[in-house]
Design a protein around this ligand. Structure first.
Ligand code: HMG
Ligand code: MG
Length: 312
């Protein structure tokens, strides 16, 4: 493996115009990254993965999901994982919670930060949550109310913001109306999901411009069509300062077959280093963590940066 420090790259030449000083990386590898894996990853491996990611300097690690274990068997160990997780100071460990049953489980384990996850489209709401478009909000409303009453931080995800494999194009107005409902419910942040990775930068700009409160927005790009990094740069230029990514580019949604891996954290970090945006993560540690995880999963990481630095 070549060390980034030895290479002295990437070279910082780009103009920082219109870019934020600092970006928060919302690392989803242990949740979005692993949820689609067919072979069950052991609990000890998941715990070590999270610890390595924290040691690499990432401050937000989405740890798991309190969903129905039959719906996502890979994360059926969520309660055990939280019980055994050694939390590092200064690191937050949000978990996905779809309903009150999930919230009960999360509260019992001392979770401080949760994310509800809605859909901008009717079809995906039914496929992912077994609820109609309107029913999903009815399911989330008591979760958000109770979670906030308990002092929890609540994030809202919105999937299929840039296209849906069953419904095709998703109008920007529809995305904004659905996102508004999650923000108005009390979510501190709305993460706009390109679940199937079809967005392009102009589309990203159009969706972001349609929301008045860019400070409350995050972006969640899957890299199916290789556009995740360009889309991220477009989002940063629009004022977004929280970016979701997954170490090694792991990922996918079991209920959206067209979804592949998330934007790789290493690819994101390489770009942020190049354009001089702070993020707090150590690229060499991330790469060695992804190589370690790839060995456990039995296949190489799809991240271009991991491949380049490891010659794989
Ligand atoms: P349902 O079958 O409609 O559930 O599933 P229900 O409310 O009818 O309850 C049926 C039984 O399940 C009950 O038990 C409940 O207690 C139990 P019974 O009374 O029959 O014995 N149950 C639960 N048990 C444990 N934990 C729970 C839970 N809830 C109910 N939380 C449900 C509805 C929402 C639960 C189901 O559809 C589900 O779990 N869906 C999750 C799907 C999922 O995790 N998808 C991947 C995450 S989303 C994503 O990846 C996209 C994202 O990355 C952004 C992007 O890329 O766009 C976030
Ligand atoms: Mg996702």
């Amino acid at each position: 493996m070549v060390s980034v420090r030895e290479l002295g790259l990437p070279q910082r030449e780009a103009s920082r115009a219109e870019l934020p000083e600092r970006v928060t990386i919302w690392e989803v590898g242990a949740r979005d990254g692993l949820q689609n894996e067919q072979a069950i990853v052991g609990l000890d491996t998941k715990l070590e993965f999270l610890d390595r990611l924290a040691a690499a300097g990432l401050g937000t690690l989405e740890a798991t999901s309190f969903v129905h274990p039959k719906w996502v068997p890979q994360l059926a160990d969520a309660d055990d994982l939280l019980a055994k997780l050694e939390r590092r100071e200064g690191v937050r460990y949000p978990v996905l919670v779809p309903n009150e049953r999930g919230l009960d489980r999360a509260l019992a384990l001392g979770v401080e930060s949760i994310a509800i996850f809605g859909s901008a489209t009717e079809t995906f709401a039914r496929k992912n949550l077994n609820r109609s478009f309107d029913e999903q909000f009815a399911m989330f409303e008591p979760v958000v109310r109770r979670a906030r009453h308990e002092g929890l931080q609540v994030r809202g995800y919105l999937s299929m913001c840039f296209g849906d494999p069953w419904e095709g194009a998703v109008p920007v107005d529809q995305v904004v109306a659905a996102g508004r409902r999650l923000l108005d419910m009390g979510c501190f942040q709305l993460s706009l999901g390109d679940t199937i990775g079809v967005a392009t930068p102009g589309h990203v700009e159009a969706v972001l411009a349609a929301f008045p409160e860019v400070d409350s927005l995050a972006v969640h790009f899957h890299d199916t069509y290789g556009q995740a990094l360009s889309n991220t740069l477009a989002a940063l230029r629009c004022g977004v300062t929280t970016v979701d990514s997954s170490a090694g580019g792991l990922g996918g949604c079991p209920y959206a077959k067209a979804a592949t891996g998330n934007l790789a954290t290493e690819d994101l970090v390489w770009m942020l280093d190049g354009v001089g945006v702070e993020h707090g993560a150590d690229l060499d540690s991330l790469v060695s963590t992804s190589v370690w995880m790839a060995e456990r999963l039995g296949r190489p990481s799809p991240s271009r940066v991991v491949k380049a630095l490891t010659g794989s």
